[in-house]
Design a protein. Structure first.
Length: 396
């Protein structure tokens, strides 16, 4: 696999995605303390971020197949940096909601755009290419809680963590601006009817549902894990944030390894194994109360969740390579819906029944994820080639 400047700029973009995605979760106890926010209102923050993420990733992903990916990547970096800076200046709940709307818009444009870009430039090694890209997300994600803890404990100002986070999308913008990104070559001009065709394809529908539940579960962990441990296991704020970082260490290592594994054993087999492990370790969270085993379980949970997203993208990209932007946009948008509904659901359930019961939301998601992975595996096993326009090859 040949690495270019585009690869490294894309990696930086995904590091910034991961960092921005996990910097808000550790701030929840501070928001509750400073603004008197309830669990439901905190859940609404994630919901608003998810709504704007969904709108952004779907529109930018599809439009990038028509107009190119670079404009939307630059806009996304600008919006994300603006949202993070607004969060620093926020003095009331309204400002915080404006901030997360901007952050969600930026996250969506960068997420969909960079996934589509790496489908284009990874050739026949989409599993490895997307695995490395999403490993960079893990690097940023595990850094978020650590940076927040350092800003809170050593610098005595948690908002400085958001200032540092805002620096990365600004740097990404400056490095990407002079880079020329070519549109992927296709023999046919992409039509809006092609997008409708994608939405009717059975395997795409299954992958849409799979990413919906996966991203929902991951966002619950990213947003609620420190608060969950602080309230149900009586740990310190530092331990709660540190556990979230360890979860993303497991996720980062997993994304490096599963990218290699998926190219050997096939994408759909990899999805079955990873989703099964995810469901098992989520079940263990409910059966163990001691904090040390729980920390280890979350590391292993991060490892098994790690490869779901890039493997789904690689699977879909190998079936419809010329629709990389649309495939990436549709799938990432589906994940965005899960990412806005499930953290909100956990907030509402936790408000009425407690955080321990609220964690059933992501548990049920991982169980559904496993059954969807099994369905897609057997579907592709029966039909090695889906009878659809633009189909190339499928790795079962």
């Amino acid at each position: 696999m040949t690495f270019t400047k585009t690869h490294f700029v894309g990696y930086l973009g995904f590091v910034s995605l991961g960092l921005a995605n996990t910097i808000i979760g550790p701030a929840i106890p501070s928001l509750i303390s400073e603004f008197g926010m309830s669990f439901s209102l905190v859940g609404a923050l994630f919901f608003v971020q998810g709504v704007f993420y969904f709108i952004s990733v779907l529109s930018a992903g599809i439009a990038s197949d028509f107009f190119g990916k670079k404009p939307f990547l630059l806009i996304g970096a600008t919006m994300m940096a603006s949202g993070l800076i607004t969060f620093i200046l926020g003095k009331n709940e309204i400002t915080l909601f404006i901030s997360v709307a901007l952050i969600g818009t930026g996250l969506g444009a960068l997420d969909g755009g960079l996934n589509g870009l790496f489908i284009d430039i990874s050739g026949d090694q989409k599993g490895i290419g997307l695995g490395l890209l999403h490993m960079c997300f893990g690097i940023g994600a595990l850094s978020g809680p650590l940076i927040f803890t350092f800003a809170s404990a050593s610098l005595m100002n948690w908002r400085l963590a958001f200032l540092f986070t805002a620096f990365l999308p600004i740097l990404f913008f400056l490095l990407l601006f002079p880079v020329h990104l070519s549109k992927v070559d296709t023999q046919e001009k992409i039509q809006l009817s092609d997008v409708a065709m994608l939405l009717k394809n059975r395997i795409i529908i299954q992958l849409i549902l799979l990413l919906f539940v996966y991203v929902g579960a991951e966002q619950v962990i990213a947003g609620w894990l420190p608060t969950y441990l602080i309230n149900t296991r009586n740990v310190s704020h530092a331990i709660g944030s540190f556990t979230l970082s360890l979860f993303f260490i497991g996720l980062t290592i997993g994304r490096l390894l599963t990218g290699l594994i998926s190219e050997k054993v096939g994408y759909s087999r990899t999805l079955v194994l990873l989703s099964l492990g995810s469901a098992v370790f989520f079940l263990l969270v409910f059966s163990i109360q001691a904090i040390n085993p729980i920390i280890i379980i979350f590391i292993l949970l991060g490892f098994f969740l790690s490869g779901i997203y890039p493997t789904v993208m690689a699977q879909a990209g190998s079936i419809f390579p010329q629709y990389s932007g649309s495939v990436s946009g549709v799938l990432t948008a589906a994940g965005g819906i899960g990412g806005m509904i499930m953290p909100l659901s956990m907030g509402v359930v936790s408000e009425h029944a407690g955080l321990q019961v609220g964690l059933f939301v992501p548990l049920v998601s991982t169980i559904i994820m496993f059954f969807l992975a099994v369905l897609s595996f057997y579907y592709l096993k029966k039909r090695r080639q889906v009878q659809s326009p633009g189909l190339t090859r499928v790795k079962p």
